[in-house]
Design a binder for this molecule. Structure first.
Ligand SMILES: Cc1ncc(COP(=O)(O)O)c(C=O)c1O
Length: 383
């Protein structure tokens, strides 16, 4: 048999699949998986059901339903004073994951370089490689996961075309400050680079932290491609509705890819998400409060166990330093916790290409039922 394509050479099962399989085998509490172990809001599920009953069941227009693009446009205007035209600036995708793939495929030629800030969401590097591009990692350094401006600028070459930024940031829970964002924005303008801003956790912010979309920074509207999705915001990650907001020419390019990759996205679920977005102002306070209580509870438990780290201001992850507890690296320690404590976490070294900093941490996801978090805390006692 002939070999499979070289564009996927070196791809392995993702770390999430591996950890979840082990968690199942050892009957471990799974704080590795980056999604809630509870359901999203009943009212929104009811709307989805109603949309199906009302007959929204055939192919949607390929850029996305008119109502969803309109509601995406409305919330960017209401929340951030950003103007995106539903017709020419907004495209609906199968979650942010498809959005990331579309943007990279639409922009990157073989040999183009793309700056990825590590630790990164793993689909960035996979999409870059599938496009024949070259990922250039720049490390976000612990403990505050900041980047060194000079290091970033030195990583830019004549072949660099795109920088990928994720804010709020998975896996660290970091919320980028305006000054930090401006540093990256300046370099992208100075070197004429596109900037893809992955903002899927834009509403998961605590302690008064504010989301600053990269596209709102001076001079950045045209060159920023904003990617987001409904999965985290509504706790319905399986609905897989994402969107891309970009200027007209990038939107055209992205849609050319999208029409051949997935063509159209689930119609009734798009219609339901459109209704959900209308209700954001009422929905968000309770949503944030729910996750804040989970964060506070689990942070306290980890501190009592002797883990020493800053409480995350965003997302539903904690990037926890392990060196006070073990000499093991992240992968071995994660395996030990699954086997001996029946608690599964994600070893973040999988999210780095260059630095070994990830070996000194574990990622815990606190988007879990109270009983799940309590059980995990109990099983970790005395560690
Ligand atoms: C940073 C980041 N970007 C994108 C995604 C993918 O989002 P979606 O489920 O909408 O495809 C995730 C999911 O975990 C993520 O953490």
């Amino acid at each position: 048999m002939k070999e499979t394509a070289t564009r996927i050479a070196g791809f392995k099962d993702s770390i999430f699949g591996t950890i979840s399989k082990l968690a199942r085998e050892h009957n471990a509490v799974n704080l590795g998986q980056g999604f809630p172990d509870f359901d999203g809001p009943e009212w929104l599920k009811d709307i989805a059901y109603k949309k199906m009953q009302e007959g929204h069941n055939q192919y949607a227009p390929f850029p996305g339903t008119v109502s969803l693009r309109q509601e995406v446009s409305n919330y960017y205007k209401d929340f951030y004073k950003l103007n995106y035209d539903p017709e020419s600036h907004i495209t609906i995708s199968v979650g942010a994951t498809e959005a990331i793939y579309l943007v990279i495929t639409a922009l990157i030629n073989p040999g183009d370089e793309v700056i990825v800030l590590e630790p990164f969401y793993d689909s960035y590097v996979a999409s870059i490689k599938m496009a024949g591009g070259i990922p250039i990692p720049v490390t976000m350094h612990a403990p505050d996961f900041s980047i060194d401006k000079n290091e970033l600028e030195k990583s830019i070459s004549s072949k660099t075309k795109l920088i990928i930024l994720n804010n709020p940031h998975n896996p660290t829970g970091k919320v980028w400050s305006k000054e930090e964002l401006i540093d990256v924005a300046h370099l992208s303008m100075k070197h004429d680079l596109y900037l893809m801003s992955d903002e899927v956790y834009e509403f998961l912010l605590f302690d008064g932290a504010k989301h600053i979309p990269t596209a709102t920074l001076e001079g950045m509207y045209e060159r920023t491609i904003t990617v987001s999705s409904a999965g985290k915001t509504f706790g319905l990650t399986g609905w897989k509705i994402g969107w891309i907001c970009a200027n007209e020419s990038i939107t055209k390019a992205v849609r050319l890819v999208h029409q051949y990759v997935t063509f159209a996205v689930s119609t009734p679920i798009q219609e339901a998400v459109a209704e959900g977005l209308k209700k954001l102002p009422d929905y968000l306070p309770g949503f944030v409060e729910l996750y804040k209580s989970k964060r506070d509870f689990f942070y306290k438990e980890l501190r009592e166990l002797g883990f020493d780290f800053q409480i995350p201001k965003g997302t539903y992850f904690m990037m926890v330093p392990i060196s006070k507890k073990t000499n093991l690296k992240d992968v071995e320690f994660a395996l030990k916790l699954i086997q001996e404590r029946k608690v599964a976490t994600v070893p973040p070294s999988a999210f780095y290409l260059k630095s070994s900093e990830g070996e000194k941490f574990l990622r815990f996801c606190f988007a879990k039922k109270e009983e799940t978090l309590k059980l995990a805390a109990l099983q970790l006692k005395g560690l």
